[in-house]
Design a protein around this ligand. Structure first.
Ligand code: TRP
Ligand code: ZN
Length: 870
């Protein structure tokens, strides 16, 4: 690095010196030299007659103020400073940009044959010089000019207001967005597409045209996205009382995209992976992912666009809230319990891991070098848990009252997290002073509980202690306001009423102190407590359950989530005990108690659990999740123990697994939630059956007879994980069939990357020359390379260091090509402190190699320096 990049601090926020009320953009699109003319109406807000605009990678062509050439300016790296300006003026800036050379996929770039944009968080400054910050809201008008034969569709935000023909086979379209917005919500697309059209009539009777643009030939893969969009629009009216506010809603699917999707006003741009699906190309979980992401971007129209963020430190204001909304949408449409389990797994797995890593930060960060690094599990998923806690504390009605007040006060403005808390407080007449700490404190609280039963007084007490371990970013921690949901069970499965000091208590306890004891009266026998029900706060729970108590809760707890959670605690106890044996080299002592296996047998045969939920019970915690339980991770010991548990279930439960597998055979394929659940359970059984003597035959048969991608991939995954003989032929057959289609090949690349075989890295390197693979495409890179780094623990962490060296080499290449993708890929290396000294040294060597690069991007700089300081 020639010079260290500058950090920005939340405390330094200052209102903009100028506002921009209107901006008129003209794009003259050409592959390598696009001209952008931006005419802004600017108003000075302070007594400073100087304006500093953001700009990045731009060639400045001209500057005019009120129609006259303006030369009183300086250009520095990243900024254009204009001096001696009038108070109110029209600013015209012409810049030239090169979309074809834009491999970072930020700003205006080419994806396949189409032009498209990505402006969040700070990409607009790669298009023109501007006040590229979310608290400057302007009305946008956009005129797009391009060659008509190559780019028949010219799109931007808002409504199409005019169009016309030009010379040389070019044409133009003009768009006007009536809603003032920050620059990060600007979008432009030019290309040739197939369009799926539908319409939605809002509850007040307005017609909204719905258009989904996909690559030619892909129309039959767009219907699920359209259904999901219509369901989203309906749901937001019904559950949140929110209606769409333009006459048109467009979604464009592109193949080159750094993230999942983007909520640009009226013109969402999506990674094609979250649009394209039919039963031959996509799995059930991909269908559900499309539903969730379509919902997420749609819900941003109110939580993100109508009310946006004051500054990027407030990102969770829109993201945490919108994730909460999309989770609720999926839960109302499908299985609430299964959705909750999947969301909780993300918090307990990767989010807890992030919060224990050098990148630990509060959901509202205090210090940022590269904003793109803060689109994190913490801001999104923990942010959503914080929103969920308001919902738990205030109930649906109280929460909706708060939302209503939030929109009343902040619609059309750029708001803060503080504004949101205040709306919840004011609407409900509550004091959330201590609750605010969730926004400023990082790390995962550990809540340890002890219990005491007094048979004579018939009282039961729970002592709840909370402690948040120090994190790299923040040493001092304070007690949080933790909603702690409990139930107490009698042996016959009935629930004790919670009475304390003669008064009835709500089942959600308000834990606010470092240590607090709750005493319950009239408890006629020692109860079994169900704790942190529904995962009512994002914390680690410690309570010394016996196996019998957990087996009891697996059957008798009153809700599915608690039953599943008990099963996970039972597994965790025995996995930990066996990992300890394995670490001592006592491999032959690894064993699994019969009562544990029997508890799972009971679940498998249960008639009152929905199949999708049984599948969740039968899915073992991943290697990553188990690793999260330890300060120091023994990669091989954990892998051995999980393998042993899989083999144990496969042999002990072989008959039951086989019966369920054969009973659930479907004659017809449909994508309703019940059918998805049954396929999930059936395919979960197959993953175990792969380890039985008939495994190879069964898996091969399922692959051959499969009529849909869900069953096909399940067979391939079973063959891959269990290293079956048929693996090679199934992989070859699939590749033969789909090699022309990168998106469908991604699932195959994931299996190559996560291949547990000893020679997986060598194979992976060969796979990089597969015709469908390219490091230029983020989806391909994440599928093949990302799965090796994240889902192939034994090979990635191999003592030789070969996995780390490979990662280092890929990261050096991506650092210059696409820093955002590089920065996501590097995360597993940041967690080096969790491994033994030998491995730590090998990882450190790679990080130091990166740090020495003279073109190290801010994205990697921020993470690498934090990891090396840790
Ligand atoms: N706002 C988007 C979402 O959560 C996130 C996003 C899409 C994004 N593309 C991005 C963030 C590129 C940073 C960079 O829906
Ligand atoms: Zn979002």
């Amino acid at each position: 690095m020639t010079h260290a990049p500058q950090a920005k601090y939340r405390k330094d926020y200052q209102a903009p010196t100028h506002t921009i009320t209107d901006i008129d953009l003209v794009f003259d699109l050409h592959d390598t030299a696009t001209l952008v003319t931006a005419i802004s109406a600017v108003q000075q807000q302070t007594d400073l007659n100087q304006l500093v605009l953001d700009g990045d990678n731009l060639t400045l062509k001209s500057v005019r103020v009120d129609g006259a050439d303006w030369s009183d300016y300086q250009q520095t790296e990243g900024q254009l400073q204009l001096n001696n300006l009038p108070e109110t003026f029209e600013l015209e800036i012409v810049t030239e940009i090169n979309p074809e050379a834009n491999s970072a996929l930020e700003g205006l770039y080419k994806s396949g044959g189409a032009f498209c944009t990505q402006c969040e968080a700070e990409g607009f400054r790669r298009i023109t010089y501007y006040l590229d910050r979310p608290d400057v809201l302007a009305k946008f008008t956009t005129k797009v000019m391009a060659e008509k034969s190559l780019y028949p569709f010219l799109l931007s935000n808002g409504n199409r207001v005019d169009e016309g023909e030009l010379e040389n086979g070019r044409h133009w379209v003009k768009w006007q967005d009536p809603h003032p917005k920050p620059a990060y919500l600007f979008a432009l697309v030019a290309g040739d597409f197939d369009v799926l059209r539908d319409k939605f009539i809002t509850r007040s009777g307005r017609d909204v045209a719905l258009e989904i643009f996909v690559d030619k030939g892909n129309l039959d893969r767009a219907t699920h996205a359209m259904t999901s969009l219509i369901n989203s629009m309906k749901w937001d009216e019904q559950r949140f009382d929110l209606e769409y506010d333009l006459d048109i809603y467009m979604i464009v699917a592109v193949d080159f995209f750094n993230m999942g999707a983007m909520e640009n006003k009226g013109l969402n741009i999506f990674n094609s992976k979250f649009v394209l699906a039919n039963d031959q190309t996509a799995t059930d979980s991909e269908y559900l992912g499309i539903e969730a992401v379509i919902g997420h971007e749609y819900f941003h129209n109110w939580t993100g666009n109508r009310v946006t963020c004051q500054d990027w430190f407030q990102l969770s204001l829109k993201e945490g809230l919108t994730v909460f909304r999309d989770q609720e949408f999926s839960s109302d449409l499908g299985s609430r319990t299964v959705n909750r389990i999947n969301n909780v797994k993300i918090i307990r797995g990767p989010q807890f891991a992030e919060d224990a890593s050098p990148m630990s930060h509060p959901i509202r960060p205090e210090k940022v070098i590269e904003m793109n690094n803060f689109y994190t599990l913490t801001v999104y998923e923990k942010g959503s848990e914080v929103i969920r806690m308001y919902h738990t504390l205030l109930g649906e009605a109280g929460f909706q009252k708060g939302m209503k007040l939030y929109f009343e006060h902040h619609d059309g403005t750029a708001a803060t997290c503080e504004d949101f808390v205040r709306a919840m407080e004011d609407a409900n007449g509550v004091d959330l002073t201590q609750f605010r700490r969730w926004y400023s404190q990082s790390g995962t609280p550990v809540v340890s509980v002890t219990s005491d039963y007094d048979a004579i007084k018939q009282t039961y007490s729970l002592t709840i202690n909370q402690m948040t371990p120090a994190t790299q970013d923040q040493k001092e921690k304070l007690p949080l306001h933790i909603p702690f949901d409990i139930e107490l069970y009698a042996k016959d499965g009935s629930v004790f009423e919670l009475i304390s000091g003669g008064k009835s208590l709500h089942h959600v306890l308000n834990v606010t102190e470092a240590s607090q004891t709750f005493v319950f009266d009239n408890i006629s026998e020692e109860p079994i407590p169900s704790l942190l029900r529904e995962f009512s706060a994002p914390v680690k729970l410690e309570y010394n359950y016996s196996d019998a108590e957990l087996a009891f809760l697996m059957i008798h707890a009153s809700n599915g989530f608690s039953r599943w959670d008990a099963s996970q605690m039972l597994l965790a106890k025995h996995i930990k005990a066996n990992v300890a044996l394995s670490e001592k080299g006592e491999l032959s002592a690894i064993s699994w108690p019969t009562h544990m296996v029997d508890a799972f047998r009971g679940v498998l045969l249960s008639e009152n659990l929905e199949p999708a939920l049984i599948a969740q019970f039968m899915t073992l915690p991943s290697h990553n999740e188990v690793s999260g339980w330890y300060q120091r991770v023994d990669v091989d010991a954990i892998a051995q123990v999980l393998q042993s548990l899989t083999v144990c279930f496969a042999s002990e439960l072989a008959d039951e697994l086989s019966a369920v597998y054969h009973n659930l055979k479907q004659t017809e394929y449909s994508i309703d939630h019940a059918a998805i659940g049954e396929r999930d359970l059936r395919n979960t059984c197959l993953q175990y059956l792969a380890y039985t003597p008939d495994g190879n035959q069964l898996v091969e048969l399922q692959y051959t007879n499969s009529t849909n991608m869900t069953d096909t991939i399940a067979a391939m995954k079973a063959a891959n994980d269990a290293q079956l003989e048929c693996r090679a032929s199934l992989m070859a057959d699939y590749s033969e069939k789909w090699q022309h289609d990168g998106l469908v090949m991604d699932k195959w690349f994931v299996l190559q990357g996560s291949n547990p075989a000893k020679n997986a890295l060598e194979n992976l390197k060969v796979t990089m020359s597969h015709p469908a693979f390219s490091l230029k495409n983020p989806n391909r890179t994440r599928s093949l390379i990302g799965s090796f780094l994240n889902m192939n623990p034994v090979n990635f962490h191999d003592r030789s260091g070969a996995g780390y060296r490979f990662a280092g080499q890929i990261l050096r290449e991506l650092n210059s090509r696409n820093p955002q993708v590089a920065s996501r890929l590097i995360d597993p290396l940041l967690k080096m402190a969790k491994y033994d000294d030998e491995r730590q040294n090998l990882i450190r060597r790679e990080l130091e190699g990166l740090k020495a690069l003279d073109n190290l991007a801010n994205d990697l700089f921020e993470k690498v320096t934090k990891a090396l300081e840790g």
